[in-house]
Write a protein that binds this ligand. Structure first.
Ligand code: ADP
Ligand code: MG
Length: 678
C-alpha cells in the first residue's frame, strides 16, 4: 500500500532527503546565535542582533514608496525599524506591543544611525536557547522547525558506522563521525561559535576531511583503472617526421617547449593511455607542441586527431597543420558539423579506412558515426571549454571504437589550474607546464578607457592602421540574447565603417557560415583588413601575429579569464601591443576588481588565482553547466591544507583497508565519480 506523503515530505524529497542518512548529512548552512540579548550600544552593521526593548513613533510614510517606520529603544540606545511590506493592522499592533524581542540584520552606520528592516518579532522575556540554532538549506514552504524535527528524528535512528579506520583518525587527530555530526546539528553553547560559523571547528574538519578523502580515494582508483587499460604501442626511434615538421616551423623551440615534449614522450611509451594536461599561458606556443607530438605518433602509422571547441579555432589548426605537414606524406583531413553531406561522408570514409592520418575538427570528431581506423592520440585544445559530458563521451568513444585499445589523450589549456584544484578535481591527470613565452615578445600594455572616448579612440586607430597596424575590435557581450549581441556587432561594424571610410573593416560573428568566417579570418591574416570587428568567437586560440591592438567594448561585462584570453590575441609577434578596455560607468565592485587585475598583470597564473578567488572552483573549471556540485562541504580553495592531508590519508586507506575505502567512497560520492574519468 502506497503511503501518502505530506506536503512537507514532498518538499524534503525534492531536496534529496529521503533516507535517514540523507537527513543526517543535511548539515546546517550556518547557525544563528539566539543564546543572548544584545545591547543597542554594542551592535554593528552586518550583525544579526537580538534586542529587547519598546517601540515608539510608529508611522506610515508615503514617500516614493509606502512604508511603515518606528523607533526601537532599549536602555542603551535606539535604532530605526522599517517595513516595506506590511499589513494595515500592523501599525496598531506595534503601537500597543509593549516590551518585545526583535531580531534582524543591522544596517546603516554609527554616524547616521542603525536600522533593521523587517525584524523578526517575538515576546520578550522568553527563555533563551542553550545551543546555537542551526539554519539548514531549505526550500520555499519548508520551515526550519519542520526540517529540524525530521533531522533530529533521523539522528536518533541512524547507524553511525564510521568508515574511517582508527589508524587514520589518530594520524590526523579526527573526532569520531557520530560525535561530529551531533555537534554540528546541536552545538552546545560551550562550543567555539566562531569555529562553527567559519567551519574550522574539528567537527566540520572531520566532515570535510571525509568528503575530500573519498574524492582522493576515487582519484587513486581512477588512476589504477587507467593503468589497467592498453594503450597503442609506439616507438620513437625514427624521428624523420618530427624533424621535418620542426624544420618547416622554422624557429627554435623554447626550453619549456622542449621539456614538455620530453614529458609527453615518456607518457606515450607507457603501456597504458596517457592522460596529460598541457598548460601554457596564451601565446606560449602550445600548437606547435601539439603538431610535433602528432608527428611522433604519425610516424608509427597510427592516427592522430586534434579537436578544438570552436570552428574558427579548429579551422586555424587545420591550416597550420596542413602547412607544417606540407612536405610530408601525411594526409590532413578536416571534419566539422558544417561540412556538406557529401564532404562529410568522404571525410568519414577516410577516417575509417585510415587514409586520413591527421584529423582536425570540432566536437564533430566525437559524435556517433565517427569510426577511427587506429586512433592513437587525441589532442584536445582549450580543453576547459568542453563540458564535462563532452569530455566523458570522448573517453568512452575511444574505448568502444578501439575495443581493448584506448588512445592517448593530451589536453591543452591556457587556463592554469591552481594545484589544489587540479589535485582534487582534475581526475587523474598529469600536468606539463610551458612556463616561458617565445623570445621577442613584448608585454602587452593594457589601458582602461571610458566608453565616451570611443570616437577619440577611432581617430587614433585611423593613424595606427595607416602605418600598417591591425586591430581586433571585440563587441560587447550581451548575455541575455544572442540575437541582440549579433545586432550590436553589425551596428558597430557599420558605425566604424562609416567613421573610418578609408580603412578596410571586416566583421566576424558566430552566425556566419563556416566558409564566410574562414574567408574573413584569412583576409585579416593576409593583412587585407585593418580592423576586424568580432564577437567573442575570436576568444580562444586565434593567432594573427601582426595584429597588435585589441579593443574590448564594455569590458566590464566580461569575466577575468575571458578578458585575458581576448587580450592574448595580440602580443603574438614582435610588435609592441596594446589592449584597450572600454568601460561604462558605473562599475560594480567585481567589475572594478577584474579591470584592475587585468591592468595590473599579464601573468595568466596570477589572473587565474584572482579569478578563482572571485568565482569559486565549479565555475572556474567550466563545471557549472553540469549542474552537479562536486563537493558539498569542503572547499578546495579554503581547505587546501585538508586536501593535502586527504591525499596522504587516501593512500594509507587504500593500502591497508581497501574494502572500507570502497565503502567510504560509496557513502560520500554516491555515483558521482564519473567525472573523475574525464
Ligand atoms: P597558444 O599556446 O596560446 O596556443 P600558439 O601555439 O598559438 O599559442 O602560439 C602563439 C604564437 O607563437 C604563434 O604565432 C606561434 O607560431 C609562435 N611560436 C610558438 N612557438 C614559438 C617559438 N619557439 N619561437 C617563436 N615563436 C613561436
Ligand atoms: Mg592555442
Amino acid at each position: 500500500m502506497a503511503v501518502k506523503r505530506t506536503a512537507s515530505e514532498e518538499k524534503m524529497q525534492a531536496l534529496g532527503l529521503v533516507s535517514d542518512s540523507d537527513f543526517v548529512f543535511h548539515l546546517p548552512l550556518r547557525y544563528e546565535d539566539e543564546t543572548q540579548i544584545h545591547h543597542i550600544a554594542d551592535i554593528y552593521p552586518g550583525q544579526v542582533a537580538q534586542l529587547e526593548g519598546v517601540v515608539e513613533n510608529v508611522a506610515v510614510s508615503y514617500g516614493h514608496r509606502k512604508q511603515l517606520t518606528a523607533t526601537f529603544k532599549d536602555a542603551t540606545g535606539k535604532i530605526s525599524l522599517r517595513w516595506i511590506h506590511f499589513y494595515g493592522s500592523q501599525k496598531a499592533q506595534l503601537e500597543k506591543a509593549g516590551l518585545i524581542r526583535i531580531r534582524g540584520e543591522v544596517r546603516g552606520s554609527s554616524m547616521w544611525g542603525y536600522e533593521i528592516i523587517h525584524p523578526k518579532i517575538s515576546k520578550a522575556g522568553q527563555s533563551l536557547p542553550q545551543t546555537l540554532t542551526p539554519v539548514y538549506p531549505s526550500t520555499e514552504g519548508l520551515t526550519q522547525p519542520v526540517l529540524r524535527k525530521a533531522i533530529l528524528a533521523a539522528l536518533s535512528r541512524v547507524d553511525f558506522k564510521d568508515t574511517v579506520p582508527e589508524e587514520i583518525k589518530e594520524k590526523f587527530h579526527l573526532p569520531s563521525l557520530k560525535e561530529s555530526i551531533f555537534i554540528l546539528h546541536n552545538p552546545s553553547q560551550h562550543e567555539n561559535t566562531y569555529a562553527l560559523l567559519d567551519k574550522t571547528h574539528p567537527a566540520w574538519q572531520r566532515i570535510k576531511f571525509d568528503e575530500l578523502l573519498a574524492q582522493q580515494i576515487a582519484l587513486y582508483l581512477a588512476r589504477q583503472a587507467r593503468t589497467q587499460l592498453n594503450a597503442p604501442k609506439l616507438t620513437f626511434d625514427d624521428t624523420l617526421l618530427f624533424d621535418k615538421v620542426l624544420k618547416t616551423f622554422g624557429l627554435p623551440l623554447t626550453a619549456a617547449q622542449q621539456r614538455v615534449i620530453q614529458e609527453i614522450k615518456q607518457d606515450l611509451l607507457k603501456p597504458y593511455p596517457m592522460h596529460r594536461l598541457l598548460q601554457g599561458d596564451v601565446g606560449s606556443g602550445k600548437t606547435i607542441v601539439a603538431a610535433l607530438t602528432a608527428a611522433l605518433v604519425l610516424q608509427n602509422h597510427q592516427q592522430v586527431a586534434i579537436m578544438a571547441p570552436t570552428e574558427i579555432l579548429a579551422e586555424q589548426h587545420f591550416y597550420k597543420m596542413k602547412k607544417w605537414f606540407e612536405h610530408t606524406s601525411i594526409e590532413v583531413v578536416w571534419l566539422s558539423g558544417s561540412l556538406k553531406v557529401k564532404e562529410k561522408r568522404e571525410a568519414l570514409e577516410k577516417i575509417q579506412s585510415g587514409e586520413a592520418q591527421l584529423i582536425i575538427g570540432t566536437q564533430a570528431l566525437i559524435q556517433k558515426g565517427v569510426e577511427f581506423a587506429n586512433l592513437a592520440l587525441m589532442i584536445i585544445d582549450e580543453q576547459h571549454r568542453f563540458g564535462v559530458g563532452q569530455r566523458l563521451s570522448l573517453s568512452k568513444k575511444g574505448e568502444d571504437s578501439q575495443l581493448d585499445i584506448v588512445p592517448h589523450q593530451l589536453n591543452m589549456s591556457a587556463t592554469p589550474i591552481p594545484r589544489t584544484l587540479a589535485m582534487s578535481y582534475l581526475a587523474d591527470v598529469d600536468v606539463s607546464i610551458i612556463d616561458e613565452l617565445p623570445p621577442g615578445r613584448q608585454t602587452i600594455l593594457t589601458k582602461l578607457m571610458l566608453n565616451e572616448r570611443r570616437d577619440e579612440l577611432l581617430n587614433h586607430l585611423r593613424v595606427e592602421c595607416q602605418s600598417g597596424k591591425q586591430v581586433y575590435w571585440v563587441c560587447p557581450l550581451v548575455e541575455e540574447s544572442e540575437t541582440l549581441q549579433l545586432q550590436t556587432a553589425v551596428d558597430t561594424y557599420q558605425y566604424i565603417q562609416e567613421y573610418l571610410p578609408d580603412l578596410k573593416i571586416g566583421l566576424l560573428h558566430g552566425r556566419m557560415a563556416a566558409k564566410e568566417k574562414a574567408q574573413v579570418m584569412q583576409a585579416f591574416a593576409n593583412r587585407e583588413l585593418a580592423i576586424l570587428v568580432a564577437t567573442t568567437v575570436i576568444e580562444v586560440g586565434v593567432d594573427v601575429p601582426n595584429a597588435s591592438i585589441m579593443v574590448i567594448e564594455h569590458a566590464e561585462r566580461f569575466g577575468l579569464a575571458q578578458l585575458h584570453q581576448l587580450r592574448g590575441r595580440v602580443g603574438r609577434g614582435d610588435i609592441a601591443s596594446v589592449c584597450i578596455l572600454l568601460y561604462q560607468n558605473p562599475l560594480s565592485n567585481t567589475a572594478k576588481y577584474r579591470l584592475k587585475a587585468l591592468h595590473e598583470t599579464n601573468d595568466g597564473f596570477e589572473i587565474a588565482r584572482r579569478d578563482l578567488e572571485q568565482r569559486g572552483p565549479g565555475e572556474f573549471l567550466g563545471l557549472r553547466q553540469s549542474g552537479e556540485q562536486l563537493l558539498r562541504f569542503a572547499d578546495v580553495h579554503s581547505d587546501a591544507n585538508l586536501v593535502e592531508k586527504a591525499r596522504e590519508g587516501a593512500m594509507l586507506f587504500l593500502q591497508h583497508y581497501p574494502e572500507l575505502a570502497h565503502q567510504h567512497v560509496e557513502r560520500w560520492l554516491k555515483g558521482k565519480t564519473d567525472y573523475l574519468r574525464s
